[in-house]
Design a protein around this ligand. Structure first.
Ligand SMILES: NC(=O)c1ccc[n+]([C@@H]2O[C@H](COP(=O)([O-])OP(=O)(O)OC[C@H]3O[C@@H](n4cnc5c(N)ncnc54)[C@H](OP(=O)(O)O)[C@@H]3O)[C@@H](O)[C@H]2O)c1
Length: 200
């Protein structure tokens, strides 16, 4: 499958490595032309998104309102994997599930796209290790379109994770709260990022 990864920071680099090792074709979407040689093909966000079947978001949630509307036409009908967490600069929750989630907000920015929440509960530092102590790490997956969600579950399996369907995109609220808990343990409590959720 041809996958565009928008953003090439901590998460984007891990996605690129995992998906390309699993045999998928990667194109990195950037906000400006890179002066560095990248190990994957790259293009500006819109061009990369246009050329892919699935688009993954590896940019800050706070950038989505600026970045995504310009892509809406180019990615109509496609799957968008949303791995963002709605955070403030101090890592505290910007949204906390009462009435909204990053994914639902993104879905409103991209109304003709199948937004699927995935991978937001896995720290970039350990994404390269989908199996821990003999158990596949859980990839919680939420979305409103059953077929799109199945495709993302297959992609999660391709890269070594154990996907669990949590239900509609509404349940992204729970997944973002789970990520807030993960960050609280890792940063707030000093536990570090060498940890992952395994749902047995
Ligand atoms: N880090 C984690 O452990 C983790 C885990 C799960 C989910 N997430 C989520 O994944 C997303 C990416 O996190 P990350 O840790 O990879 O962040 P990061 O290392 O800071 O990388 C962010 C990427 O987004 C781009 N970007 C930053 N601000 C932008 C803007 N205003 N407009 C367009 N592009 C912008 C950056 O481009 P430049 O290089 O040009 O600045 C970079 O490619 C976030 O939504 C985060 O909440 C993170």
């Amino acid at each position: 499958m041809k996958i565009a990864i928008l953003g090439f920071g901590n998460v984007g680099k891990q996605f690129a490595s995992l998906f390309s090792k699993a045999g998928h074709e990667i194109i990195i979407g950037l906000r400006s032309v890179s002066s560095q040689e990248l190990p994957y093909p790259s293009a500006m966000f819109k061009d990369a998104a246009e050329r892919a079947e699935v688009v993954t978001l590896a940019i800050p949630f706070n950038a989505c309102a600026d970045v995504l509307p310009e892509l809406a036409e180019a990615i109509k009908g496609k799957i968008v994997i949303d791995s963002t967490n709605p955070l403030n600069a101090d890592w505290s929750p910007k949204l906390l599930g009462q009435e909204n989630s990053a994914s639902e907000e993104i879905s409103r920015l991209l109304p003709e796209v199948h937004v699927v929440k995935a991978f937001n509960t896995i720290f970039a530092d350990v994404m390269h290790e989908p199996v821990r102590e003999g158990q596949a790490v859980t990839a919680f997956i939420a979305g409103d379109n059953a077929e799109a969600k199945q495709q993302v579950m297959t992609l999660a399996r391709d890269i070594g994770y154990a996907p669990i369907d949590t239900g509609s995109l509404y349940t992204a609220r729970y997944l973002e709260s789970l990520a807030h808990l993960n960050i609280q343990i890792a940063i707030g409590q000093g536990g570090g990022t060498n940890s992952a959720f395994i749902y047995l």
